[in-house]
Design a protein. Sequence first.
Length: 307
Amino acid sequence: MSINIKESKKIVFSYKVINTAVDKRWDEFVINHPQGSIYHHSAWGNVLESTYGHIPFYVGLERDGSDRLEGIVPFSLIDSKFTGKRLVSLPFTSYCDPLVSESQLENIIHFAFEHNPGVDYIELKVIEKVKFAPVIFERESFYVNHIIDLNKDLDQIFKSFHNKCIRKRIIKAENNNMKFRVIEKEEELKEFYKLHIMVRRKHGLPPHPYAFFANMWKHLNPNFLFAPVVEYQGEIIAAAIVLKFKNTYHFEYCASDQKFFKLSPVHKLTWGIIKTAFRAGVRFVDLGRSSLKNRSLIEFKERWSAK
């Protein structure tokens, strides 16, 4: 009788909690993985921990006999009197797909529950629906992310925009004597924050704490962040926070002064970000997350030829 050694040999994996401050394998894995994003990177975890005190619980997958990481799933442990004790991958993040196979993800979820007694539930933010979700997960909420593909020349990109709602307003904005620039000092970040407070109040939402953006500046700038603004007559009237990682710019936070709406400062700002990304050789601009219930926001992004 013959035995196929290769087929009969079982590959054994181990799950380990990774301290990203000292274990450099984590960020190396994120950088080298095709789906590795700024949200998986330890720098983003540092922003969340510094701002909100969420305890990182970063799980790495190792093949026995090797010290190389084969997969990762980052979590933040959140203990709130309003929402209970839970693990989230990751809070204040548009998406953060587990960088493991679905079979390994199920094991990691069990590992996470075992190492965090008292956790009520786990929340995952994934781009693609997990196939085994009906077995494990009880609820789903649906959002979409809109991506602009920059794999064409700048003139083609411009022509792909909606004529009346986008192109004409960009042209109008270009003629309104506004200036697009990138801030260089944290002090100017406070100008963005003033606009952020105005926009959140308009929509009946509490603003993020200033520390959230200050910690982005501290942990992400300049390698993974830039903050563009639009000025009019020496006043900042629109501003954004853009995260940058590998081949994608993430247009995450945007705010503008509604008094200057007719000048189209947001169009000036968005077009400036797209041009900056294009000239930097970036492939995609991610316009961020939208609820499927927010049809007006989805339509606005689609008019920028975002898919």
